[in-house]
Design a protein around this ligand. Structure first.
Ligand SMILES: Cc1ncc(C[n+]2csc(CCOP(=O)(O)OP(=O)(O)O)c2C)c(N)n1
Ligand SMILES: [Mg+2]
Length: 355
């Protein structure tokens, strides 16, 4: 792992956490409303997966997607303004938290309906295959989506036609308050893929470097034309399902056990992990040296002062994003008419001519 990539991971993981915590604060103080599903605890999945993609690859995500949008390169200002429902948001304030969309960056949404991402991604995969392009579509979904019919229909079709789709399960073990073993007969999501003869693997979703490497490997195979794959990342959300959910159904001990594996702290530890002194190596013996050589961050570590710098940097980005959102006006009725789908030129489905 080179220094630049490690630095970028660290930056994006810290930005993800800071952005979401600030969104929670702004929401609690009443600066915006609607549904708000946050991502703390799951950052390594979006950061690792999306960094492994190419800019020409498409992403289809769920309603828990602010971090995916940020990692894809949508400026924090435009994501925050969208949460606030303001005109300068990425969807001009008319999508909100759950419906971020940016065609230019091939960020194809933000979907609120559980299981909705499967057919959308499969359709995009079909269009890529028809045009024989070296592109892939990444389809994010939660563990709670795998009992929807769309999951099975899409996996079957993608496998049958060898479509370039990477199905990414963010398995945080809960579908709102229902734990996975209460909603699924098979709790290892990756095992479902064998029904459709699709290669699949379960991966530690709390380690951004592991996520990145596994995704790169899968994407290279898919790009070479071998057909779709499924990766199940085991992760955990540190907050409730949404801001309306205190998450009281989870035992405290379970939450604490998972926060011990905080992916943001893990990436800081990896990034700042340096070589031990010659004396420490001599005292530790040859096994530890072998382990260090294999350690991805042993190649080029960062110093604590770099981490502090990045923390200040992301705090400034988030602060600026909130200021930007607050100064942006709400969309007008005219903006709303312009955003309506038209069935004919100048004629909206509601029959109002916007000129
Ligand atoms: C078709 C449908 N049914 C029910 C809901 C209500 N709902 C919203 S989120 C959710 C849980 C989904 O859990 P999961 O897929 O594991 O994603 P997570 O929230 O854990 O990221 C449900 C049931 C919905 N949005 N769509
Ligand atoms: Mg879930």
């Amino acid at each position: 792992m080179d220094r630049e990539t490690l630095h970028q991971f660290l930056h994006d993981m810290l930005l993800a956490r800071a952005f979401e915590e600030r969104a929670a604060q702004e929401y609690s103080e009443g600066r915006f409303s609607g549904f708000l599903h946050l991502y703390p605890g799951e950052e390594a999945v979006a950061v690792g997966v999306i960094h492994a993609t190419e800019p020409a690859d498409y992403l289809v995500t769920t309603y828990r997607e602010h971090v995916h949008a940020l990692v894809r390169g949508i400026p924090a200002r435009q994501v925050m303004a969208e949460l606030f429902g303001r005109r300068d948001g990425i969807c001009r304030g008319m999508g909100g938290s759950m419906h971020l969309f940016d065609r230019e960056r091939r960020f194809m949404g933000g979907y609120a309906i559980v299981g909705e991402t499967f057919p959308v991604a499969t359709g995009i995969g079909y269009s890529i295959a028809l045009r024989r392009l070296p592109e892939v579509v990444v389809c994010f979904f939660g563990d709670g989506a795998v009992n929807q019919g769309t999951f099975h229909e899409a996996l079957n079709m993608a496998s049958l036609w060898k479509l370039p789709v990477l199905f990414v399960c963010e398995n945080n073990h809960y579908q709102i308050g229902t734990e996975i073993h209460r909603h699924s007969a098979v709790v290892d999501v990756y095992r479902r893929a064998c029904s459709y003869d699709m290669p699949a693997e379960k991966i530690d979703g709390m380690d951004v470097i592991t996520v990145y490497e596994a995704t790169r490997h899968a994407l290279a195979q898919i790009r070479s034309g071998s057909g779709p794959q499924l990766l199940e990342f085991e992760t955990y959300r540190f907050r409730g399902h949404s801001m309306a959910d205190p998450g009281s159904y989870r035992p405290r001990a379970e939450l604490y056990a998972h926060t011990e594996h905080d992916p943001v702290r893990a990436v800081i530890d990896k990034a700042t992990f340096g070589y031990p002194s010659p004396g420490e190596i001599a005292a530790a013996g040859p096994d530890v040296v072998a382990q260090l050589v294999c350690h991805p961050s042993a190649i080029d570590h960062l110093e604590q002062k770099h981490v502090d710098e990045v923390k200040r940097e992301v705090e400034a980005i988030v602060e600026d994003a909130v200021k930007y959102a607050l100064q942006s006006p709400s969309p007008s009725m005219e903006d709303a008419w312009h955003s309506l789908y038209c069935n004919r030129r100048h004629e909206t489905l509601l029959g109002v001519d916007d000129g």
